[in-house]
Design a protein around this ligand. Structure first.
Ligand SMILES: Cc1cc2nc3c(=O)[nH]c(=O)nc-3n(C[C@H](O)[C@H](O)[C@H](O)COP(=O)(O)OP(=O)(O)OC[C@H]3O[C@@H](n4cnc5c(N)ncnc54)[C@H](O)[C@@H]3O)c2cc1C
Length: 498
């Protein structure tokens, strides 16, 4: 690739200050935290970063890239956990954080239209001034862009009631690889005029088109919120409680189950000494699962919901956590803490295995597989699982984490094998190994082998039709023959080979 020429052409399209050899500020600070070894970043071919500030520029870059057959990799803020935003070949990285304007607000209807590079937190700061909010609330809210959240099936604290990020998407403007800009959707989510293209393009992780603008459903800011936390000696009982709450007719805004390791590491440890008397009093050694639930709305309704929930949980043996300080700390860790600390110490990295969606009734089975398979890999430390439950379908996203020494090639290999084992178990349960965070690139090989070939072929035809030159995120989703795609396995092989 002729990089000097590419640089000159990109500068002409987006301006000198919006072309760089490196990622821009926000995105770069996220990248610094990522494991360079897991993503094999030290092996990347040279690329140029272009930061457009208008959708028209996105379109021009795509047209240019198609005509010149230059790969384009789309990036929001770079907080994705599976490397979907990492360029795998020499080409252009299109960093979307420059498209950060609010286009319009319909306060009466409850719709906001914004550009795809605005962060979740900035959007909500704007909405708050109007007494509104967008209820997608990821831990990465301060950085994660709307385009990234829609393209990675974002899940968050309030997903029990509002679903995944794309569930609140009504319409969007996308730029196709040819440069053509198309508006999809209406102000009604379920549109049968043609095909369900919102879901097609949001699940593409940037491999079919680039999201430039989105119209989202927004809601009045809740006047009251009530949070409840229960400890259970058995995970099965927490699952039963969850089912009873959800089928009782009350409408929780939050339902999350965490195993003890996850609760301790992510819920308590960031804010309180685990040896403190306050934590000791919780008798965590007796706890297998923690259930977090919450209600918002009028005071009467939230109080009613809380009372009913407390009855359901305590009747079947749950222990209600009444210590307000613990409850508030835990809620703060969930909803306010934005520091990104994937490194526990020097080389020790805390990462996800795959993040699957499993049938809800399989939750205890998933946990026991996670434990038994994980313990077989002595190089890995299990960091626990958090389960987000979205109603009314009891969609259950399992965020399973492990810690390991990233400088140890054996640990990297163990991580890869464990991730594959977990994915295989999920497929046996008829769940999907790729849910929130998407497939990215590091899960590519793990997941592709598990998807029926007929589906892969069909997806390949779609890709071919929409992106005939194969310029958009080559190697992502569909393996491209010309791609130098580096899988997780290859990454560990490279490390071993050194
Ligand atoms: C501390 C921390 C906490 C997190 N907590 C959560 C959480 O609670 N819930 C959750 O869902 N995620 C969470 N994540 C993961 C991550 O933040 C989300 O996946 C986020 O939505 C990604 O947004 P981004 O702007 O950083 O996108 P990136 O990471 O840059 O990109 C993510 C994917 O989307 C594609 N993409 C980005 N922008 C576009 C676009 N405009 N058009 C098409 N494709 C695009 C990229 O190619 C890539 O495949 C967390 C991450 C961190 C670091």
């Amino acid at each position: 690739m002729n990089l000097p020429r590419l640089r000159k052409d990109l500068k002409a399209l987006v301006g000198t200050s919006n072309v760089s050899d490196d990622f821009y500020k926000v995105s770069k600070s996220c990248l610094d935290e990522v494991s360079r070894r897991v993503f094999a970043l030290d092996k990347l071919a040279p690329f140029l970063v272009a930061r457009p500030i208008r959708l028209e520029q996105v379109s021009q870059i795509l047209k240019y890239a198609s005509e010149n057959r230059i790969p384009v990799f789309v990036r929001g803020s770079g907080t994705g956990y599976f490397g979907g935003e990492i360029p795998r070949e020499s080409g252009i990285v299109l960093e979307m954080t420059g498209l950060s304007k609010i286009v319009s607000l319909d306060r009466v209807g409850g719709f906001v239209t914004c550009e795809a590079g605005i962060t979740v937190a900035s959007l909500n700061r704007f909405l708050k001034k109007h007494g509104l909010w967008w209820p997608h609330n990821p831990g990465s809210r301060n950085w994660a862009t709307i385009g990234g959240s829609l393209s990675s099936l974002g899940v968050g604290t309030f997903s029990a009631r509002y679903g995944y990020a794309p569930d609140t998407l009504l319409s969007m403007k996308i730029a196709l690889p040819s440069g053509e800009v198309v508006k999809l959707g209406t102000k009604a989510r379920h549109d049968m005029s043609l095909y369900n293209m919102l879901d097609l393009f949001t699940s593409a992780e940037g491999s079919l088109a680039i999201i430039g603008e989105a119209t989202l459903k927004v809601f009045p800011l809740p006047k009251n919120r009530k949070i409840l936390l229960f400890f259970f000696k058995k995970l099965e009982t927490a699952v039963r409680a969850c089912r009873e709450i959800a089928t009782s007719g009350i409408c929780p805004e939050t339902i999350e189950i965490e195993d003890r390791a996850r609760f301790t590491l992510e819920g308590l440890a960031p804010l309180i000494e685990l040896e403190s008397p306050r934590v000791q009093k919780l008798k965590l050694e007796e706890v297998e699962a923690v259930l977090l639930t919450g209600f918002s709305g009028s005071r009467r309704v939230t109080e009613f919901g809380a009372k009913e929930t407390a009855k359901i949980c305590t009747d079947i043996g749950g222990r209600s956590i009444e210590d307000k300080a613990i409850l508030n700390l835990y809620w703060k860790a969930k909803t306010q803490i934005s520091s990104w600390k994937p490194r526990v110490k020097a080389n020790t990295l805390k990462v996800h295995t795959c993040v699957p969606s499993i049938p809800f009734h399989n939750l205890p089975q998933f946990e026991s597989k996670y434990m038994s398979l994980g313990k077989r890999h002595r190089e890995l430390t299990l960091a626990g699982v958090g389960y987000y439950i979205a109603l009314p379908n009891f969609e259950c996203t399992a965020s399973a984490r492990v810690m390991f020494d990233e400088s140890d090639p054996e640990a990297l290999r163990a991580y890869e094998i464990f991730t594959r084992e977990i994915a295989e178990e999920v497929v046996k349960m008829e769940g999907t190994p790729a849910s929130t965070f998407g497939m990215g690139t590091i899960l590519g090989d793990v997941i592709r082998d598990l998807v029926p070939r007929s589906q892969t072929v069909l997806a390949g035809r779609l890709k071919q039709a929409l992106d005939p030159s194969g310029i958009l995120c080559p190697g992502k989703k569909i393996r491209s023959p010309q791609s130098t795609f580096r899988s997780l396995r290859n990454a560990s092989t490279l490390v071993e080979a050194r």
